[in-house]
Design a protein around this ligand. Structure first.
Ligand code: ADP
Ligand code: MG
Length: 380
């Protein structure tokens, strides 16, 4: 712990101990810039690529700021998806491990409201939730934000993409102007700057961690020309040839995800699907199995997989080229995280190839064409 690079950020002993125990030894660039500014009480906008540790950049200051002797909600983190709210809460709990009396709670749609009401009633200082369910609790009076010190928007660009703008603005408008407001995002569309002007203090700081390109450098990206009807077979071959420990496959539709999951399962892969039509319980169970390696291939839609951080995803497959360029960036950002290497494979045909070219231009990272694997390649 003596040599831990987080020491220079003036963390309390309790939080520093927790951070060391998690295994973080050096703060990432965004953490090094953002943590001191947030701890000093500044409003900030932090922009850095996916997988660069934005959660801890706000999570550590959030835990430092929370006062265990006060049982009211002091920090609220807004997240785009249920899974992300759960994941962020998990990280916050780790940072707060030695800070006794700090309670953290995820609130999101799909989970029974009474469970959440009971937990909120016990006194929680840090809440991470999706905008819809947060609003719901505010309306019921079960989430009181009179003592809110810090409001954090995590993955702000994704929340806007998902149509949460109105909910977010309502929450921002109803939580008083004294609170500290912190935005984190992988990209910085102009709507975020507009919201910042409207709801953050004038002396807010903008932190941008520039990378050479938009996608993590540790990801090797390739594409192959494959017709739609041959894709399940090609994917199965690629999985056998590369045998990634965990891989994520993206489909453009929920139905496509279900069908592909069934097809891969029939070919003997340990696979399941994750999309918005599944019950929350089912989604939680699939995610747990994936994290534990019981399922090794997860076939997901974009919305379901937003912001997910699962260790050891070493390959991402785009079964189809996404409509939206930013989706591509988010998809492949699920691998190559925290200094690990990752690989992405994209199937393209016809018009998809042109879309992929535009993506390549935008991200400024090469997506190299390779040949699809032959049946013989699998035997080798
Ligand atoms: P982002 O929100 O920027 O996409 P995350 O906060 O999800 O990134 O972090 C990505 C991964 O990096 C997580 O597994 C996290 O535990 C790990 N991580 C974050 N900060 C550090 C650090 N300083 N040292 C090592 N690993 C880190
Ligand atoms: Mg994040």
């Amino acid at each position: 712990m003596e040599n831990n690079g987080f020491k220079k950020l003036n963390l309390s002993d309790k939080v520093l101990r927790a951070v060391s125990e998690i295994g973080f030894t050096e703060p990432s660039a965004i953490q090094e810039s953002a943590i001191p500014l947030v701890m000093q009480g500044n409003d900030i906008i932090g922009q850095a690529k996916t997988g660069t540790g934005k959660t801890a950049a706000f999570g550590i200051p959030a835990v430092e700021a929370a006062d265990p002797s006060d049982k009211s909600v002091q920090v609220l983190v807004l997240c785009p998806t249920r899974e992300l709210a759960v994941q962020v809460t998990g990280e916050l709990k780790k940072f707060a491990k030695y800070k006794k009396g700090i309670n953290t709670l995820a609130i999101y749609g799909g989970q029974s409201i009474s469970t959440q009401l009971k937990a909120l009633g016990k006194g929680v200082q840090i809440v991470a939730g999706t905008p819809g369910r947060v609003m719901d609790h505010m309306r019921r009076g079960s989430l009181k934000l009179d003592n809110l010190q810090m409001l954090i928007l995590d993955e702000a660009d994704e929340m806007l993409d998902m149509g949460f703008r109105e909910d977010i603005e309502t929450i921002l408008a109803e939580t008083g102007s004294e609170r500290q407001t912190v935005f984190f995002s992988a990209t910085m569309p102009k709507e975020i700057m507009q919201m910042s002007k409207k709801y953050q203090k004038k002396d807010r700081q903008v932190i941008k961690v520039e990378g050479k390109n938009l996608t993590a450098d540790a990801i090797e990206q390739v594409y192959m020309r494959v017709r739609q009807k041959e894709r399940a077979e090609m994917l199965s071959r690629l999985l056998e040839i590369h045998s990634p420990r965990l891989s994520l496959v993206f489909c453009n539709t929920k139905r496509g995800a279900d069908e592909l999951s069934d097809a891969l399962s029939a070919k003997g892969h340990f696979v399941d699907a994750l999309h918005g039509d599944m019950s929350q319980q089912r989604r939680d169970s699939v995610m747990n199995k994936f994290r534990n390696g019981i399922i090794r291939v997860l076939v997901a839609t974009d919305v379901a997989a937003r912001g997910l951080d699962v260790d050891n995803v070493d390959a991402v497959f785009n079964f189809e080229v996404p409509q939206d360029i930013e989706y591509y960036v988010h998809r492949i950002g699920r691998t190559g995280r925290a200094g690990n290497k990752g690989k992405s494979f994209t199937f393209a045909w016809g018009g998809e190839a042109g879309r992929l070219q535009r993506i390549e231009k935008y991200t400024k990272a090469p997506i190299n064409k390779v040949n699809p694997p032959s049946a013989e390649d699998v035997q080798k």
